[in-house]
Design a protein around this ligand. Structure first.
Ligand code: ZN
Length: 51
């Protein structure tokens, strides 16, 4: 899974379910732009997985 490139992960707001894709490594989880709640990691996205 690790090939020396950035890994996308999905983060979700526990309050309003707003989701966003971010790339590792990150220092802090982002805050929801809607309600400013700290977002949580939803799932690790696999390279082969299509959305
Ligand atoms: Zn939110």
């Amino acid at each position: 899974m690790k090939r020396g490139k950035k890994e996308p992960i999905e983060v979700v707001c526990p309050k309003c379910r707003y989701t966003e894709i971010i790339y590792l490594p990150i220092e802090d989880l982002p805050r929801c732009p809607e309600c400013k709640t700290q977002m949580l990691i939803s799932e690790l996205l696999d390279e082969g997985k299509s959305y």
